[in-house]
Design a protein around this ligand. Structure first.
Ligand code: KIV
Ligand code: ZN
Length: 524
């Protein structure tokens, strides 16, 4: 295969993504995320908007110091103060940059900025020129470009190139564009803007009509060589272009796009999970690429096809995005032969397994649980063969916390101390422990890990309400990791901390059971 032209991935999870409700991250969390973005291989990290608050300034600075390979930049309006702040925030970066923006649509110029087109042009050029005295890497964005007059954009972009801009960004700020039209806008701008051939053109799409990925792909098909996107597609309103989707579309359809990225795609799934864990924003199960069901097959015909040849129903390999394996989901519609087939593929069809009994248990489980995953089958067989009870039983959870509401700057309640006293019966004997953590759920997790002798990491954690009203039952689902092994767990309760504790204990029981079975069979 010939070397394909590269498209730069500009990650704005920490700026545009973080602007979305519920996605606020503190400085430490942003640094953690930035390090993972570097592992993922993004080319540019937009770490924040330094002038917007001292907290944002500090976060950009810390991110700039934490990563080496990607360019780190801060957003700035055209005001000199904004530019000074942005430049200071990235001063210690190995590869610093700045991202200056101003709106160019008639609506925004007139109603939001109260400026004439000439004033906007002047402000843009002065800002870029000013920044250019201190830094080489300057991106300029024409906010609301997709609703701006293309000839005015040609004029603005031509002048900012002269002033020193090296990347020109064309945002679909309101998610209004449609792919053909957005692609045509790029073609027009690239061919008509004086100096347009020597800069990098960038697409920044919002997802209000669900077209952000399609619009970004149309842009690259028409000459853009940078895509601005966020992990899991988080961002203002309906979000931004989702990195995982746009990257995998170019990789999977390289025959069509003829383009490549620097993304280490096996880091996609871990990055998605880390963000979800940090923000608490769960990934929908049917989300392309990173959703739980993205590689899960339930229909009998599909399962049959995938067992014979994965490519029948899979256009990507789960391991290429960092997922362990494809999942063949079983449910109450699965027949006996499909069930036996699954046991065989999973290495669970051994002489000590009573198939009739196992299938009867599977049907009972299918009545209680809509989707049965590979781990459920492993635990089902382990339980059947070992004929033992679960080792751990949650007896009591007593959480307590002191919450300080004064941390307005970070727009989050600051939990100064959280504790949980947990009692668990281990092989029938009650044991109690008190632990302190970052939150009540964290304190519970620490206590349970210590009580069972299995300190675990949370790979995934999320919840949903099952019933309405004040006494609503909530379900917590988690995936824990102990050493090399991972396992799902679920807990239901009216209190979210108790539901979490039940989920952790459930996951540990399942993991324990499966581990014992594995050891008995010399590792499966
Ligand atoms: O959506 C938008 O227009 C932006 C700009 C600041 C680039 O986020
Ligand atoms: Zn945006």
């Amino acid at each position: 295969m010939t070397a394909a032209e590269k498209v730069q991935i500009f990650d704005t999870t920490l700026r545009d993504g973080e602007q979305s409700p519920g996605a606020t991250m503190n400085t430490g969390e942003k640094v953690l995320m930035a390090r993972q973005l570097e592992r993922l291989g993004v080319d540019v990290i937009e770490a924040g908007f330094a002038a917007s608050s001292p907290g944002d300034f500090e976060a950009v600075k810390r991110v700039a110091e934490a990563v080496k390979r990607p360019i780190v930049l801060s957003l700035a309006r055209t005001r000199p103060k904004d530019i000074e702040n942005a430049l200071k925030s990235v001063a210690n970066a190995r590869r610093p940059g700045i991202h200056i923006f101003i709106a160019t649509s008639k609506l925004h110029m007139r109603k939001k900025l109260g400026m004439s087109p000439n004033e906007v042009l002047d402000a843009a050029c002065r800002a870029v020129e000013f920044a250019g005295r201190f830094i080489d890497y300057i991106e300029f964005s024409a906010e609301d470009a997709s609703r701006s007059d293309p000839d005015y954009l040609v004029q603005v972009f031509g002048e900012v190139i002269k002033a020193g801009a090296t990347t020109l960004n064309v945002p679909d700020t309101t998610g209004y564009a449609v792919p053909e039209e957005f692609g045509a806008l790029f073609r027009y701008l690239i061919s008509h803007t004086p100096g347009g051939q020597r800069v990098c053109w960038s697409a920044h799409c919002h997802n209000d009509l669900g077209l952000a990925v399609a619009n970004s792909l149309s842009a690259v098909k028409n000459g853009a060589r940078q895509i601005e996107c966020t992990i899991n597609g988080i961002g203002e309103r309906a979000g931004n272009c989702s990195s995982e989707e746009v990257v995998m579309a170019m990789k999977t359809r390289r025959d069509f796009f003829g383009l490549a990225t620097n993304i280490a795609t096996r880091e996609i799934y871990p990055t998605s999970r880390l963000l979800s864990h940090i923000t608490g924003l769960t990934v929908p199960i049917n989300k392309p690429i990173v959703g739980d069901n993205a590689f899960a097959h339930e229909a009998g015909i599909h399962q049959d096809g995938v067992l014979k040849e994965k490519r029948t129903y899979e256009i990507m390999r789960p391991r290429d995005v960092g997922m362990a394996s494809n999942k063949l989901v079983m449910g109450k519609h699965s027949g006996r032969s499909g069930f036996v087939d699954r046991l065989k593929t999973l290495g669970l069809l051994r002489p000590d397994v009573d198939i009739d009994k196992a299938f009867a248990r599977f049907k009972e489980l299918a009545d209680l649980k809509k989707s049965i995953y590979e781990d459920d089958l492993r635990v089902l067989i382990a339980k059947l063969v070992l004929e033992t009870q679960e080792r751990y039983e949650l007896v009591r959870v007593a959480p307590s916390a002191v919450i300080n509401l004064s941390d307005k700057q970070h727009r989050r309640h600051h939990l100064t101390r959280a504790r949980a006293t947990v009692t668990i019966r281990v092989d029938g004997k009650p044991k109690t422990l008190k632990a302190e953590g970052d939150g009540m759920v964290d304190a519970c997790a620490l206590a349970i890990g210590k009580l069972t002798g299995h300190p675990f990491k949370l790979e995934r954690y999320g919840g949903s309400k099952m019933t309405g009203g004040a006494e609503a039952q909530g379900q917590i689902s988690c995936r824990i990791r102990v050493g090399e092994m991972s396992m799902d767990g679920h807990g239901v309760h009216t209190d979210v901390v108790t539901a979490s504790a039940l989920a952790f204990v459930n996951a540990l029981n399942r993991l324990e059971m499966w581990d014992r079975y594995r050891q008995r069979n010399g590792g499966v």
